[in-house]
Design a protein around this ligand. Structure first.
Ligand code: ZN
Length: 342
């Protein structure tokens, strides 16, 4: 997440403050000092962010128990986010990770309330109220709130990942619109604002969740573009263009020298080249990866991501080059799936 400043590590996890939060804190610090409540407002802020941090650590530490690492925790003005490095393995893990944050918040609220019975301190009342609100708000069943994930995990469990995700997103959007309606009708602009935020966040979350579901169902063999024949590096651009013209579905072709793979030629590069009589040398994408045989598409995409490459050349067990998988092809596939599924 861009625009954030690191403030240290807890349990080995980097903790960051988002720039908008720093600006907000500065604003509150300034306006409350001038009003003479500086110390109390400052303490309240620290309490709020300690509570949000505890909530996010709840997610991160339960995720760790399931073998999912947390890249970083970012604190935002409206809460926080624990950035998990990979997806939880199935709805049950997702459910427990999502419940962990509100669980910590509600527990802290309980502790604050219990201590308040012994010592009547304003700070304990604040601790209890802040964490109660944090816990309850996050349990609202709308993406990207924890309650939305709990709902998604529950629905996915008995209607499958795709339908579960879509149903949870639909319920979340409905709740968000209801909040906007009530907010505008009752003159509560904060509620309306939160509703708008949740509505758009729900759309983004639904999209990325469905992409993961769709990609998760595919295998490399589903996406590989079989090369009708291999292009040698000595081929002219004209020959490559003719091959693309004969096979309009192709996006890319592997280019070889003998049995060595030199790179990937994209259709758009082949046709954008100025000199039709030229060679393929300057047109190749040489930052490709090679992939052996079949396997889950997700694993291939991760390898491509690590190598920062847009294409993979798929090689069969016998060493025979089968074809390419390109990022473009994957995106097209997702777009097609969205039109039929979403
Ligand atoms: Zn949470």
């Amino acid at each position: 997440m861009g625009w954030s400043v690191s403030i240290g590590r807890l349990f080995g996890i980097p903790i960051k403050l988002h720039a908008t939060l720093i600006a907000l804190l500065a604003f509150f610090a300034f306006s409350s000092t001038s009003a003479g409540h500086g110390l109390y407002a400052g303490m309240l802020m620290v309490l709020l962010f300690a509570s949000v941090l505890a909530h996010e650590l709840g997610h991160a530490l339960v995720a760790r128990r399931f073998g999912v690492r947390t890249r970083e925790i970012v604190l935002l003005p409206i809460g926080g986010a624990a950035m998990l490095e990979q997806e939880p393995a199935g709805p049950a893990h997702e459910l427990w990770i999502a419940l962990a944050g509100p669980g910590v918040s509600l527990s802290l609220a309980g502790v604050g309330w219990l201590l308040l019975q012994a010592w009547e301190l304003a700070v304990l009342a604040d601790l209890a109220v802040i964490n109660l609100l944090l816990g309850l708000f996050n349990l609202v069943p709308a993406f990207p709130l924890d309650g939305g994930r709990v709902l998604r995990a529950a629905l996915s469990h008995w209607m499958g990942d795709r339908r579960g995700t879509r149903m949870a997103a639909r319920i979340g959007r409905l709740l968000a619109l209801t909040a906007v309606g009530f907010g505008l009708y009752g003159g509560d602009l904060l509620l309306a604002f939160i509703g708008v935020f949740v509505f758009f966040a729900a759309m983004a979350e639904e999209r990325s969740a469905l992409i993961k579901v769709i990609v998760g169902e595919k295998r490399v063999a589903d996406l590989v573009e079989r090369a009708p024949r291999l292009l040698g590096i000595a081929c002219g651009v004209d020959e490559a263009r003719a091959l693309f013209d004969d096979h309009p579905d192709l996006h890319a072709l592997p280019v070889v020298f003998g049995d060595r793979i030199l790179g990937v030629l994209y259709k758009d590069r082949a046709f954008a080249a100025v000199a039709p009589g030229g060679t393929l040398h300057g047109l190749l994408d040489r930052n490709f990866i090679t992939h052996q045989g079949d396997g889950p598409l997700l694993e291939l995409l991760k390898s491509m991501g690590r190598a920062n490459s847009r294409a993979a050349v798929v090689v069969l067990a016998g060493g025979e080059i089968q074809g390419t998988v390109t990022l473009q092809r994957v995106l097209d596939e997702l777009k097609a799936a969205r039109h039929t599924e979403f």
